[in-house]
Ligand binder design. Structure first.
Ligand code: COI
Length: 355
């Protein structure tokens, strides 16, 4: 593959939304990165082009069997006008793990970081600076062979699009309410749960829809076999503070290995806070709640950042956590993580990459 990226700049510039009115993933910048794959050429023709619709035949495999993968990461602008990416190496590493699970060819991770830097640098004026905003980066791959047989595609398109975003939840940084799902399941060991592939999200919609109708933002998924053990929330991993100890479900093959999850574990270790990654049942959390020992709960994710959880609905009961308010630890982790991401705090972990 040639590493030379062809650049075609847009002749028109779209209007940028006001920084304080940003939703998640509704508006897109002026440019995008595109690269194609064929079995004979490998990944070829990397290019940055104006953001525009793409044309595909209705028989393109992307419309039929869901062989897709995606990633999510963010860029931030610092007070002294530097542009920082947060741990892009981890996201591209995970992209290749998802590729492996979905039979999509591997991509050179170093090259992707370089391509991303060039794209973000071209659209850097789109990075919002208001508190809690950032430029969300969505790399993704679709199969493009025109074929209806169920088989790995012989052709793919890799793209990166950029979107200035505010908070993912309408609650902003205020606690969200979560419905503990007892009917549907998200994933089982050996399935695709740990890959970032569209089908995992498609299969979550029904439960999400029903939870929303009852006034909950998201569902908490339990394991797919016994429906007992806590997995994740779908757009975030989950942490609990129980009697002074931080507990998060261990990675078991069906949970997504969140980059934010990993970062929180490292921050907590650095602070000397005891953390346990282990199998955790909802019943244990419920018992801790009944005993007055469930101090805090929060979700973590690129889009969600740190989202405090103010209530769970479980066993037809509302479990109010920390009086429905943001806990001290959630707040401290949010400030530390976003502080590192935006260059306000020292990056002792060497996570941020300057564009
Ligand atoms: C992210 O946090 O980047 C995600 O991929 C969650 C997403 C489904 C909104």
């Amino acid at each position: 593959m040639t590493n030379k990226i062809n650049i075609t700049l847009s002749t028109t510039k779209k209007e940028k939304p006001a920084s304080n009115q940003l939703e998640f993933g509704r508006v897109f910048t002026d440019h995008m990165f595109v690269m194609d794959y064929s079995s004979s050429k490998g990944w070829y023709d990397p290019r940055i082009v104006p953001y525009e619709p793409i044309t595909l035949s209705p028989s393109s495999m992307v419309f039929h069997y869901g062989q897709t993968v995606f990633e999510g990461l963010k860029a931030y602008r610092t007070k002294d006008d530097k542009v920082l990416l947060f741990r892009p190496d981890k996201n591209f590493q995970r992209l290749n793990l998802s590729n492996d699970r979905l039979c999509i060819p591997q991509i050179d991770e170093e090259f992707l970081i370089d391509a991303l830097k060039q794209l973000v640098s071209i659209d850097k004026d789109w990075i919002p600076t208001a508190e809690g905003t950032s430029l969300y980066i969505r790399p993704f791959i679709i199969p493009t062979e025109y074929y209806l047989g169920v088989a790995p595609s012989k052709f793919y398109r890799f793209m990166i699009i950029l979107s200035p975003v505010g908070s993912y939840y309408k609650e902003g940084i205020h606690p969200v309410k979560i419905f503990v799902e007892n009917q549907y399941i998200r994933a089982v060991e050996g399935g695709t749960g740990k890959a970032k592939t569209g089908g995992n999200y498609a299969s979550s919609l029904k439960a999400q829809d029903e939870a929303e109708k009852r006034g909950y933002s998201q569902v908490l998924w339990l394991d797919g076999v016994e429906k007992k053990y806590i997995e994740e929330v779908g757009s975030m991993n989950i942490f609990f503070k129980i009697n002074g100890e931080i507990v998060t479900p261990s990675l078991n093959g069906s949970i997504l290995e969140g980059v934010t999850r990993n970062s929180i574990l490292q921050i907590l270790n650095h602070w000397g806070v005891p953390v346990s990654e282990r199998r955790l049942s909802m019943e244990e959390v419920y018992q801790a709640y009944k005993d007055g020992l469930l101090e805090e709960a929060f979700g973590s994710g690129t889009a969600a950042v740190i989202s405090p959880i103010g209530e769970f609905f479980y066993k037809e009961e509302k479990m109010l956590i920390n009086n429905g308010e943001t806990g001290e630890l959630s707040k401290k982790l949010y400030d530390t993580l976003t502080g590192i991401q935006t260059g306000v705090y020292e990056d002792v972990f060497n996570w941020v990459v300057e564009v």
